[in-house]
Write a new protein. Structure first.
Ligand SMILES: Cc1cc2nc3c(=O)[nH]c(=O)nc-3n(C[C@H](O)[C@H](O)[C@H](O)COP(=O)(O)O)c2cc1C
Length: 189
């Protein structure tokens, strides 16, 4: 059992990273091998629109660090995806990643859309925001859930952290930490 976490925050020790690490700790408790990837460490452009993936679903023709992440996503059993809210949306790093995930969408048969991310993966979604209103960016979370539930074909555990004060807010919140560990255990079960 391999569990991958993808951090869309440029902060390696911020709230999103903390929640993802706790998810991975929970998964490790269940015996999973875990790995945390910080998108900000990767040399990765946004989608170049070459549309080669329309002919070869599941592959991306643009050769940069996304290639390694693509293979890790295919080969793991569960994925935890996390992003802070930046300017009413996801971070630029995370949007770049989402656009590259277009290669997992096969629409070669007219009018149909099929995920080619190898099946059976459990997914979790983590967001973090300064706004105290947990519903303020509900439309962003719904948009992410639409994409990720299409890709995974299963229901998705969601953690929305709101009202953060600084990068340590998550690690100071014992109930949030416990919730993240529980999500990790469930990803690895
Ligand atoms: C450039 C930038 C834009 C932000 N925009 C928003 C926003 O629109 N709404 C909000 O609630 N918080 C916003 N925030 C606050 C972050 O979402 C918040 O600090 C979050 O906890 C950061 O997560 P991290 O510690 O994982 O990086 C913004 C922060 C930055 C740096």
């Amino acid at each position: 059992m391999k569990v991958l976490a993808v951090n869309g925050s440029p902060r390696k020790n911020g709230n999103t990273a903390t929640m993802l690490r706790e998810i991975l700790s929970g998964a490790a408790e269940k015996g999973a091998k875990t790995r945390l990837v910080h998108l900000n460490d990767l040399t990765m452009k946004g989608c170049q629109g070459c549309l080669t993936c329309r002919e070869k679903p599941g592959e991306c023709a643009h050769k940069d660090d996304f290639q390694g992440l693509l293979e890790e996503m295919k080969n793991c059993d569960a994925i935890a995806l996390g992003t802070p809210i930046y300017v009413f949306s996801v971070t630029g790093q995370f949007k770049c990643f989402l656009d590259r995930c277009y290669c997992f969408i096969d629409n070669s048969e007219e009018g149909t859309y099929r995920s080619v991310l190898p099946g059976g993966k459990k997914l979790a979604l983590v967001t973090s925001q300064g706004n105290e209103d947990s519903q303020a960016y509900r439309h962003i979370i719904d948009y992410l859930l639409l994409l990720f539930s299409f890709l995974s074909g299963s229901s998705i555990e969601v953690i929305t952290q709101s009202g953060t004060e600084d990068k340590d807010s998550a690690r100071k919140d014992a109930s949030l930490v416990e919730r993240a560990r529980a999500v990790g255990r469930s990803l690895a079960s």
